[in-house]
Design a protein around this ligand. Structure first.
Ligand code: TLP
Length: 345
């Protein structure tokens, strides 16, 4: 039986544990009751993320899923239609939340590597005739998880936003890993966020906080989201220590995402040599590597990796995902590459 400390966990960048320094910051945090708006550090974190993304206000949400769902609820009315990408997290991994929580119908469009083009949206937009549900919101994902951490080209986002504005459509960004896109491209987070009415940023992925996302947008939008957060049971009390973890992550764990990207690139090179990288190296742009196999045996391969002490996630019967993160260093990279060769060579 493999010792726990020897196991390399590349299932997701959500698996990281708070470092000793982050725990110290959490331990020392002053707390107040956030339902009364009295948690000073939480107010600071919310304002900090709103400023960082150039929006009026921010709201801390327990998870990325809840943050996306609150955005959809706050932007739409039951019966509306929401345009999203076929492989997006919102369409695939949020339990059908939009139908249940917002009473909206999703209209998924297949993008290339998760990237939609304005022309596709133009073809989709419903006539105002009473037969049709009315499209009110477009959601995009940057970076795109299921496409393998692909960065959404800013020019494409701007073209979609131009189209959206012309047709009175709102725009929400699932920016769970937006800071990976920022670090990969050097583009200012404000420029990435500007075309959107709301952005959800996760602190608990590559940034390494134990919990939380921040939803940002106009003051009016955040006021609505705040009401729905309470209604969905997400009003929290002494959250200062979670805010301290988030503030620590933003201050100390953003630049280092470049290390995750370098290590993902190295893993991708090994997979390419082994003939199982899904696309060419240029599509491993951030911290996610997708492996693909000719036979439907991803679950068996996952089990073989597990036997060797490497945890990965199965994304479909022929695809496996590796995600690099702050608890995965160079020493583990060497071991992981050896394991890949041993199992797949
Ligand atoms: N994604 C998880 C799984 O749900 C697949 C992961 O391990 O990657 N948006 C995007 C783009 C995400 O990748 C995730 C998490 C979320 C939203 C939801 O975040 P949480 O897990 O906090 O609800």
């Amino acid at each position: 039986m493999m010792k726990l400390e020897n196991i390399i966990d590349l299932r997701s960048d959500t698996v990281t544990r708070p470092s000793a320094e982050m725990r110290r910051a959490m331990h020392a945090a002053e707390v107040g009751d956030d339902v009364y708006g009295e948690d000073r550090l939480m107010n600071e974190l919310q304002n900090r993320v709103a400023d960082m993304l150039g929006k009026e206000a921010g709201l801390f949400i327990p998870s990325g899923t809840m943050s996306n769902q609150l955005a959809i609820r706050s932007h739409t009315q039951p019966g509306d239609e929401v345009i999203c990408e076929y492989n997006s997290h919102i369409f695939n991994y949020e339990g059908g939340g939009p139908a249940l929580l917002s009473g909206v119908q999703l209209h998924p469009l297949l993008g290339e590597f998760g990237i939609l083009e304005p022309g596709q949206i133009a073809e989709t937009l419903r006539p105002t005739d009473h037969h049709y549900a009315q499209s009110h919101l477009i959601t995009l994902e940057n970076t795109h998880n299921r496409a393998g951490g692909v960065v959404y080209p800013l020019t494409m986002i701007e073209l979609i936003a131009e189209y959206a504005q012309k047709h009175q459509l709102l725009m929400h960004l699932d920016g769970a890993r937006l800071m990976n896109a920022v670090i990969a491209t050097g583009i200012d987070p404000i420029a990435y966020a500007e075309p959107f009415d709301s952005v959800s940023l996760c602190l608990s992925k590559g940034l390494g906080a134990p919990i939380g996302s921040v939803l940002v947008g106009s003051a009016d939008f955040i006021d609505r989201a705040h009401r729905f957060r309470k209604l969905f049971g997400g009003g929290m009390r002494q959250v200062g220590s979670l805010a301290a973890a988030g503030l620590y992550a933003l201050a100390n764990q953003v630049e280092r995402l470049a290390d995750d990207h370098r290590r993902a690139q190295e893993l991708a090179e090994t997979c390419l040599d082994l003939g199982c990288l899904e696309n060419d190296l240029a599509w491993t742009q951030t911290n996610i590597v997708i492996l693909t196999f000719p036979k439907s045996n991803a679950a068996e391969i996952e089990a073989q990796f597990k036997n060797e002490g490497l945890l990965v996630s199965v994304v479909s019967d022929r695809r496996i995902r590796l995600v690099t993160h702050l608890d995965f260093g160079d020493e583990q990279l060497t071991i992981a590459k050896e394991t890949l060769k041993k199992v797949l060579g």
